[in-house]
Design a protein around this ligand. Structure first.
Ligand SMILES: [Zn+2]
Length: 210
């Protein structure tokens, strides 16, 4: 891509560790079409025509994540996009007290487990990581697996440092169901490369849903 971007856009990208090479030119495409094309092209970010609302429109922001979120208003969106594309552990965690299952992604399993317990994530302090896989695109894998879980979605808020946290999505389902959702679409090649951790206590996490 040559000189499609303004000097401000180029310097914004470089401050966040990206270059023009990471940007897919989707100015003349619909949001869905450019998201798919950018992914196909292996680009993390997209250049959109200015069609945003409010501040974005006024400021002429054009750089977005593939999902369409402005990264100039909220550079934190870049972190979400990175998480989506980066390798990591997708995991299934369970809470006996809450009788719920969580499907998540992290770069550090032990740290994530300790953090969930310490902060009482989703209102439970007895989280245990029951199963995990190391995959190439953590966030993407997590979302796909989570959406395949059959069971009830439950949303719970909790307090962290005295502040109520947004609702977290948990599954009221059995461990086996979450495991099926996570592993059913793996290719033979992926199965070979996977590092698998599985807890010996999984039988106690066969929660039922109505
Ligand atoms: Zn913006």
């Amino acid at each position: 891509m040559t000189s499609l971007l303004s000097a401000d856009e180029i310097s914004f990208l470089s401050r966040h560790g990206y270059s023009e090479e990471d940007v897919y030119d989707g100015r003349h495409q619909s949001k869905d079409r450019r998201a798919a094309a950018a992914k196909e092209a292996g680009k993390h970010l997209v250049l959109a025509g200015v069609i945003g609302r409010g501040d974005c429109r006024t400021l002429g922001h054009r750089l977005r994540t593939r999902a369409g979120h402005c990264i100039q208003c909220k550079p934190i969106n870049i972190a979400f996009q990175r998480r989506e594309d980066e390798p990591g552990y997708v995991y299934i965690a369970g809470s006996l007290s809450g009788r719920v299952i969580k499907v998540g992604t992290t770069g550090n399993l032990n740290q994530r487990e300790n953090q969930m317990r310490a902060e009482g994530y989703g209102g439970s302090k007895d989280w245990i990581v029951l199963f995990s896989l190391y995959v190439a695109k953590g966030g993407e894998f997590e979302r796909a697996a989570s959406s395949r879980v059959k069971g009830n979605r439950v949303y719970r808020t909790y307090f962290k440092d005295g502040i109520e946290q947004g609702a977290v999505e948990l599954h009221q389902c059995s461990f086996s169901e979450a495991l099926r959702a996570m592993t059913e679409h793996l290719s033979e090649e992926e199965r070979k490369r996977m590092t698998v951790f599985r807890s010996s206590n999984v039988d106690r996490y066969e929660f039922r849903h109505e």
